[in-house]
Design a binder for this molecule. Structure first.
Ligand code: AMP
Length: 282
């Protein structure tokens, strides 16, 4: 595995792969790797000649009172995991490589951001699309892999690729879960033992919501899920939303692709999860 740290090295590497007619698969991450990240790598390895993983905790996508400083980091362990999982190039830039000077333009994600995490984390997706635009320019991928756990992110990034005509394919990858259904996440380490036990209710509530939606409708389902989570966890519900996917617009008729998404704030970790499914016409 090659480790690159500078933007210049990354561009040179990518240009060379292009000359050699090799396809590049890109897995952008913030590190503290787990099986969720590695499933993106596996998919990239199966579809591309060269797999590049980046590890960069992007300051631009964290709000002033969020966990940028406390975001879990362990580069040594990440390097071992990346190597073992078959990553060809690990790109670990410092912030000054990605943002060498203050940005003279700003990017704004206008669609798919007024709901879910876009509503509760103002500016978050603007930071995400800005860093991904920079990373896409450096890595020049043919395909970029995104987890469905962050379904809104995948939807916003698809919008970025479409609107700015990035010549690449955005590939969504299914959420990897713990045995009890909890979505794997770097932030799970910040759950206390009690919170960790309680957190399986999130997935249970999503599954119940999916089954009950046709009978209970949106309001009834959100109410039922809220009661379920509140009665068995100490976490504070940030949102439970039921929307069309991938446009994240309100559901007018219960049909087509639907997402039920939630965010729950525990003492030191804010967890998100979702289920996406299709309701057939009656
Ligand atoms: P992060 O390091 O949390 O920014 O995540 C990097 C990428 O891994 C994103 O595309 C995430 O959606 C994806 N990812 C994170 N957790 C999971 C998971 N449990 N299953 C699948 N993909 C995931």
């Amino acid at each position: 595995m090659i480790i690159l740290t500078s933007a210049k090295q990354m561009i040179e590497f990518a240009r060379n792969e292009c000359k050699l007619d090799k396809t590049i698969g890109f897995v952008p991450t913030m590190g503290f790797l787990h099986e969720g990240h590695l499933s993106l790598v596996k998919r990239s390895l199966s579809e591309c000649d060269t797999t590049v993983m980046s590890i960069f905790v992007n300051p631009l996508q964290f709000g002033p009172n969020e966990d940028f400083d406390k975001y879990p980091r362990d580069l040594e362990r990440d390097t071992i995991l990346a190597r073992q999982s078959g990553v060809d190039v690990l790109f670990i830039p410092e912030a000054k490589e990605i943002y060498p000077s203050s940005l003279s333009i700003s990017m704004k994600a206008k669609q798919r951001t007024d709901v879910m995490c876009g509503a509760s984390r103002p500016g978050h997706f603007d930071g995400v699309i800005t860093v991904l635009t920079i990373l896409f320019h450096l890595v020049q991928p043919d395909r970029a892999y995104f987890g469905q756990k962050d379904a809104q992110q995948a939807a916003v990034v698809q919008g970025l690729a479409d609107s700015l005509m990035f010549p690449l394919e955005i590939v969504p990858v299914e959420t990897v879960r713990e045995e009890d259904g909890l979505a794997k996440s770097s932030r799970n380490v910040y759950l206390t033992d009690d919170e960790r036990n309680e957190a399986s209710i999130l997935y249970q509530a999503l599954m119940k919501g999916k089954i009950q939606l046709p009978a209970l409708g949106i309001e009834g389902t959100v109410k039922e899920m809220t009661e379920m989570i509140n009665s068995s966890s100490s976490g504070q519900i940030d949102y439970i939303e039921i929307l069309q996917f991938p446009d994240l617009t309100p559901v007018e008729k219960l049909r087509g692709k639907i997402i039920i998404a939630l965010a729950v704030q525990f003492e030191k970790a804010r967890l998100i999860d979702n289920v996406i499914f299709t309701l057939e016409e009656e």
